[in-house]
Design a protein around this ligand. Sequence first.
Ligand code: SF4
Length: 288
Amino acid sequence: MNTEGMQLANIVLEYVNQPNVERGDGVYYPRVSAVSRCPRDMVMHRYGEPWSDPPEAQWGTQFRFDMGHDTEDRLIVAMEKAAISVQCQQLTVEKRTEDGHKVTGHIDGIAVIPHEYPGGGKWYVFDVKSAGQWMYRKVYKSGEAKYEHIKQIAAYSQMIVNDPKFSHLNGTKLQDLNVEGYEFGGGLVGYVAIDRPTNGRFGDNKEELPKVFFASFEIDPEEAEMFLDIFDEVEDHYENKTMPGFPHPKSDAVWGGIRCTQRWCSRYSVCQGLVEPQSPELKEVLNG
Ligand code: SF4
């Protein structure tokens, strides 16, 4: 065991992690990227509850997050080299929920696929996701985007542009943008495999998979609007001083049951009643 090497790594990871832990996840506000979050976590956040289980330095959570950002830029550069234009990068969109709460979001861009390419002659609301082995394999095998990514992109498509950097587009619903010569195709996710992607088997049965995979999907506008209902539910709980129950263990909100651990949920201990809440409001709700 190389003890010095480990100690050095710990110092580096601590430096990356420390500001992340101090910052936490900030003040709650409705943002589209959180559309698939666990409702209990969202409501605790809304009550101002800080993380009870911040990430440990050795997990490199912030490091991994930053790598995801780098990946996003790199894929967009690669796509543009391949003549796929990615326009409106980081465009801000917003929309009021049915109960009037403002939700905001930033898209990675819109991808305009040349006519002669597969799925071409169309433009798509586009997002890049970096994927670990498990997620990448699942998406590649099924050929379909992950449901939480579909929800996020579909919700963006029904939102209204409000961005000083793109003021000529302000007031337009995203899916109604006019991209001359191209029709709206729906959503597109570009998945980038973080590790060397394979089918997970050994020896002669091992198959190398491509580093990048694209999954497109159609968008049902009515369904897309409903995805924002979660933000009204959070506000309802906040106003009525209640907490949502535990999601079904198989629910996507808790990743089919694996999320409810200190490793993946930063409010695990307070959610499970292992520690007292710090927020006086949440304390009142939980303890009466
Ligand atoms: S522990 Fe599970 S149910 Fe509780 S907030 Fe976290 S993800 Fe949600």
